[in-house]
Write a protein that binds this ligand. Structure first.
Ligand code: ADP
Ligand code: MG
Length: 257
């Protein structure tokens, strides 16, 4: 396997608390959606978040790159505290890649253009250099031959791999995944999970909201279970699956396993 730049960096530093969430609360109007969340993620750690629909998983990870704002407590990403300061928000968005359930590719741009847009306009990388780097990432997600196509010409699994490559083109320190396989036909889930497993092996810091429990078992350092806007339980996968402590976790696992 080729050595990727981020793997050498992360292995050298192994920084503690690259993400720190302390006593964080969020409301949508009167609705208290996130309640006293606390989480510290070290560089290179892989976290899986699971929990019933509506438990606040998406809202939580969207707060980590400030797609949503929190009202109380602290979120610190790579030593930058997320506040209203737009300079902080911009710097955090550059370091944090996000992959959504519904790919969110630009339909009017080719695969290669989708991948190069932010490197060129946000990171100010010369086009030729950005394209060369994008081709390397498209190779890494095993679709370099699709570079000149438009998203609508690709399968769901291919589009999601483009979305991952596009996020990686910004050379993020952290990758957030929000149910990246739940909109895919079953036969395409594996090709996306394979890419995520490879990424995990390269030392990337990852937070993945997913109900792919096989993925959680192989890749996660810790599994977090959320319910009703709270972190109910947190444990290494073998402990989480074989010996869940909280009744709500037990009930959830019975439903999905
Ligand atoms: P999950 O990802 O675990 O399914 P979400 O974070 O999407 O949960 O949603 C948590 C709760 O917040 C749900 O009750 C949802 O209806 C509500 N919610 C999500 N987004 C908004 C919003 N923009 N405004 C108001 N309520 C919202
Ligand atoms: Mg969600």
């Amino acid at each position: 396997m080729t050595q990727h730049p981020e793997s050498t960096e992360t292995q050298a530093e192994n920084k503690q608390g690259i993400i720190r969430v302390e006593g964080m609360h969020k409301w949508y109007g009167d609705f208290h959606v996130l309640k006293d969340l606390n989480l510290a993620v070290d560089q290179g750690e892989r976290i899986v978040i699971c929990g019933p629909s509506g438990s606040g998983k998406s809202t939580f990870i969207r707060c980590i790159n400030r797609l949503e704002e929190h009202q109380q407590g602290r979120i610190i990403v790579d030593d930058v505290e997320l506040t209203d300061d737009v300079r902080h928000i911009d710097s955090v968005r550059r370091e944090v890649g996000m992959v959504f359930q519904h790919f969110n590719l630009f339909p009017h741009l080719t695969v290669l253009e989708n991948c190069c847009l932010s490197p060129i306009w946000v990171r100010k990388i010369p086009r030729r250099e950005a394209e060369a780097a994008a081709m390397e990432y498209l190779e890494r997600v095993k679709i370099p031959d699709q570079a000149t196509k438009y998203p609508g010409q690709l399968s769901g699994g291919q589009q999601q791999r483009v979305a991952i490559a596009r996020a990686l083109c910004m050379k993020p320190k952290i990758m957030l995944f929000d149910e990246p396989t739940s909109a895919l036909d079953p036969e395409m889930i594996k090709e996306v999970l394979d890419v995520m497993v490879e990424l995990a092996g390269s030392g990337m810091t990852m937070i993945c909201v997913t109900h792919e429990m096989g993925f959680a078992k192989t890749v996660a350092d810790r599994v977090i279970f959320m319910d009703g806007g709270e972190i109910v339980e947190e444990a290494p996968p073998n402990e989480f699956f074989s010996n869940p402590r909280e009744p709500r976790t037990q009930q959830f696992l019975q439903q999905i396993l």
